[in-house]
Design a protein around this ligand. Structure first.
Ligand SMILES: [Zn+2]
Length: 191
């Protein structure tokens, strides 16, 4: 999937989880940092390819991207597995603990979950593509939904832009409208 589809998928997943299990209150710093962490988590697994937006925005990102891609085993390898998810999750937890003193009253637990939801949404979305994802590495088996490869979609092609992206947009909008009371209550709780 492309970066913008992953961005929207991460956001829609976060909205869905908040609808199911809304926090009683939220601070402005928690809200903003959660949205940022969610978007980073949504595209982070693709840092294993030099063309990833993450590397493109750095001056010599291409070189770093290629080096990191090789270290990570190439595109759609460890960063697209449960093992990679666990390592990244621990790493992000350590980062939040380190940054704790400057994060003030921000709810680091909520921010961590927003990040993990972004990561999981990335693996889920990539599983709809022909390449699938090697979820159980080191077992090199690529999982896909549906299991029959011919029925899956190709990244960046029409089905993604004309069907998947609009469906995610409709899902996020529907969730907002159907649970608007919860979101209004949550926004009123911002302090
Ligand atoms: Zn990916």
């Amino acid at each position: 999937m492309t970066g913008r589809t992953h961005d929207l998928a991460a956001f829609t997943s976060l909205v869905a989880v908040v609808c199911l299990n809304p926090p009683a209150t939220i601070s402005l710093s928690t809200l903003l940092l959660s949205l940022l962490a969610n978007q980073i988590g949504g595209v982070l697994p693709d840092i294993d390819q030099p063309t990833a937006p993450f590397w493109r925005n750095l001056p010599i990102g291409n070189i770093f991207g290629r080096t990191f891609g090789k270290l990570a085993g190439g595109h759609r390898f460890i960063t697209h597995s449960v093992l990679g998810l666990a390592i990244t999750g621990f790493g992000f937890q350590a980062l939040l603990t380190f940054l704790g003193p400057i994060l003030g009253h921000a709810d680091t637990g909520f921010i961590w979950w927003a990040f993990i939801i972004g990561l999981i949404s990335h693996l889920l979305m990539d599983s709809f593509t022909k390449e699938g994802v090697p979820l159980l590495l080191p077992i090199p088996w690529h999982f896909g939904i549906p299991p029959l490869k011919a029925l899956r979609i190709t990244t960046g092609k029409k089905v993604e832009g004309l069907i998947v992206f609009p469906l995610l947009f409709i899902a996020a909008t529907t969730l907002f409208i159907s649970h608007h009371g919860r979101f209004i209550t949550l926004l009123h709780s911002i302090r």
